[in-house]
Write a protein that binds this ligand. Structure first.
Ligand SMILES: [Mn+2]
Length: 328
């Protein structure tokens, strides 16, 4: 794997004519917004671009001005570069295609701590609040004009990955970029409302069901809740976005480690979402115990195990993790 910087990344994009853009499983606002901005930018440069996502785009992100197609491995030979956005973990690439077998170079653009070396090229910067910020720099460097659609996509990326500018990753630079995006025509209230005020009613019923399972451990320093497949079926909440439920747990004053275990409606695999309030409580270390990873304050893992047998094990690991935390 070759490590790239901004300039070598830009050179590579400039030299490629047929680009396939991929994201990660359970794509979030940063992933989809960054994919969209890159694709629109490359199109403005006259390149042919495809966006593949192997799961439906959540309703709240459907305002993004890009078309996400279902992966077609038989079409891989039509591309000369694959760009994977918002993950440095090969297994999290959001399209189930045999990229390595196709012999295509894969360039990852990411702001997570690097955990593996299976990509052909990696442009990583874990000081960046969002890949959206990196994409902004890339597009500027390529002299791509900030069209309103590109600006909207970048704003959605930065808004969501900074938790509406409340997370520790929010920096002076985040606001500088946002100012440029507003100058390019972003309606911040409109995008915030689309992303945060457009949930289906079933999502709130599902949150109620999840909150019913809330358990505190170690004097409330840790807390977790879960969602089973049955609960999701009962509420008819197929369209519900449960990604941010864990933030309700983190919002409790005493809680230092907030957790949510969700059985995926389609295959029953467990998604573990972990959050903390300060980088000293590095939940990526807890995620690593389950084969996952991420940022110090926001991490996750996937586990192939029944919810019933997993929960007691998870609780024990969480308790030990809290017992071993450095004092405040
Ligand atoms: Mn991100």
């Amino acid at each position: 794997m070759e490590l790239l910087d901004l300039h070598s990344t830009v050179d590579m994009l400039r030299a490629s004519d047929r680009i396939l853009v991929l994201g990660h499983v359970q794509p979030d606002g940063d992933c989809l917004g960054s994919m969209t901005a890159l694709a629109l930018g490359m199109k403005l440069l006259g390149k042919s671009v495809a966006l593949w996502a192997d799961e439906p785009v959540p309703a709240k992100y459907r305002f993004l001005a890009a078309e996400f197609a279902t992966p077609r491995p038989d079409l891989l030979k039509e591309f000369d570069l694959v760009v994977a956005v918002d993950t440095s973990t090969f297994a999290r690439i959001g399209a189930d295609v045999s990229l390595a077998a196709a012999g295509l170079p894969v360039l990852a653009i990411d702001h997570h701590p690097v955990v593996e070396t299976r990509f052909t090229y990696l442009y990583a910067d874990d000081t960046q609040a969002a890949v959206g910020c990196m994409m902004y720099d890339i597009l500027r460097e390529l002299d791509v004009p900030l069209s309103p659609a590109i600006a909207d996509a970048l704003y959605a990326a930065i808004l969501t990955d900074t938790g509406c500018f409340t997370y520790k990753n929010t920096a002076r630079r985040s606001f500088e970029i946002v100012l440029a995006l507003i100058d390019a025509g972003v309606d911040t209230a409109d995008i915030a409302s689309t992303v945060y005020n457009s949930a289906p009613a079933a999502q709130l019923r599902l949150l109620r069901a999840a909150l019913d399972t809330l358990e505190f451990v170690r004097a409330g320093r840790g807390a977790y809740m879960y969602l089973s497949r049955e609960m999701q079926e009962q509420e008819g909440a197929a369209e519900a976005d449960t990604e941010n439920f864990v933030n309700h747990v983190r919002a409790v004053r005493e809680v230092e480690v907030a957790c949510m275990v969700t059985a995926m409606p389609d295959n029953g695999r467990l998604r573990i979402s972990l959050r903390s309030k300060r980088p000293e409580v590095d939940v990526s270390a807890l995620a690593a115990q389950f084969g996952g990873g991420g940022h110090a304050c926001a991490s996750g893992a996937r586990v192939d195990e029944p919810l019933k047998t997993f929960l007691p094990k998870f609780r024990a690991r969480l308790e030990t993790f809290i017992d071993e935390l450095p004092p405040l």
